[in-house]
Design a binder for this molecule. Sequence first.
Ligand code: AGP
Length: 618
Amino acid sequence: MCGIIGYTGRRNAEQVLVKGLSRLEYRGYDSAGIAVINKGDIQIRKKQGKLSVLMDELSHNPAKGTTGIGHTRWATHGVPNDVNAHPHVDSGRNIAIVHNGIIENYKEIRKRLQAKGYEFVSGTDSENIAHLVSDCYAGDLYKAVKKAVSMLKGSFAIVVIHREEPGRIVGARKDSPLVAGLGDGEYFLASDIPAVLEYTRDVIYVENGEIVDIKDGGITIYGSGGKIERRDPTAIKWDISQAEKKGYKHFMLKEIFEQPGIIRNMLAERVRKGKIKFEELAIPEKDLKRIKRISVVACGTAYHAGLIGKYLIEKIARVPVWVDQASEFRYRDPLVDKDTLVIVISQSGETADTLAALREAKRKGAAVLAVCNVLGSSIAREADGVIYTHAGPEIAVASTKAYTAQIAILHLFTYFFAGIKGTVGKEEKGFLREFRKLPGNLDKLLGPYHSAKNRLAGYAAEFHEYYLARNNKSCFLYLARNINYPNALEGALKLKEISYISAEGYPAGEMKHGPIALIDENPWVVCVATNAQTHEKMLSNIQEIKARGGIVIAIVSEGDDLLRDESINYAIEIPRVPEIFSPELVAVPLQLLAYYVAGEFGYDIDKPRNLAKSVTVE
Ligand code: AGP
């Protein structure tokens, strides 16, 4: 959940590290720090708070040198403060380390090292690594790191420097991501590609158990047994501009507006001559044909996309689908076997719970298909097959474009799979005809929201006033039915994440089994009442809420009578499409509503409190 970076070359390391950290800040922003080697000394600058606080410190107190490491933290062990911020050093200040992950046996190591006289100053598990490498050091940093990591339990990606070995950085990984960037006479190690993309497009994905030794202008990768691994770099095709705001106030808003283009590209890439193609899938069609059940496993927003996938696959391919939150999956001894296809969905491809579920599913003999956004991520590499969503880098912590891309990919996969299963024939053509309208419909839907003064922004402003007038007593409920029920969960999650306002998503039919007790004049209730077989039932739910004084925001299909119904407080229209094609469209006003509400409260939309983009701890 933290971001780490290392650099050695001819440039001013401080600038490279800070720039890289700015691209990794989505991984955590409780504190930030750098360590740079200068004339046989290690200069450390680290500060609690966002990277801007560290930058301010560096403007008064720069760190000079051409080799260094950096870190942006999402706290696990030890509160966010200056002392717990990385880099950490050993007692002699010879070694500095940055770490992403969790050291499970840190108490035991600490006890052993304290007995040897090492003094611990922080409350972190990571500080152990600095002292441990120091304890193992006998003049060669690679050998010391190799010995030290063999004693660590848990997950880690680390980068280490030694004050007497300028020009050398050593990295190691186990279950936390690490990539090496190869520049012209310079090298980088980082948690994620955007951190190095400004300087090089050539990267090597460091594998689990490997150690990278960069020194004397060269790079050596050692496998877990110490054998040298030879691997060609991968050329990254996407641009750093894709990871920039491009004039939008926030990444989240930019990413919301990217959605039509992503689906357009997906269609161009995945549909050829009227046929759906998944070239990188790698699971043979004959294996897919014999699949008897599907188990979808994911976390957070990706889990909601998986729930929509269940509706699609069961309806079209007629194969039973279970959907689990990855954090629960492996503890319940799941019933998956060689007849099960396990689909793991993850934007980052690094979520620890999802990765653990993937491994459990493989252990039980199931074929695992990953739906991932980040190329070369751990989940993408460990799965038997992968389908990339190609939504481009998603920087805002609140996921938007990755979600609609996941749903759209599941839409395409459903018809592809149904074709193999023989549950669709000519219908595939009809599906594609309708699906091809999706980018245009998304454009149409987003059109009115290009200006800052729009309907949803207005509703958000009114909610803000209402909330303050009621001494912060208001909250949100999201109700929907059938294939859009997961969107109710997702709408509530988006609002909670970035506005810190209590919000719950429910299937509307469940209202009278409990949640209706919440309705008085306080909650605002978002009701998805688009064109659907359950439309009439949603209208009854709306009446039940109105009768109890609740405030309704209705999401309806264009032309719906509710748009003219004066008893409805607020209404938002989306293009009228068959119900099965509506989830990608319904998601958009829910994303925008959360965005504008958070804006009214003045919160840091792209970096909400307590969260990080990539959850690499369990
Ligand atoms: C979404 O807005 C969240 N930040 C979070 O729920 C996220 O979807 C979840 O952590 C899963 O991440 P992944 O898709 O990278 O695995």
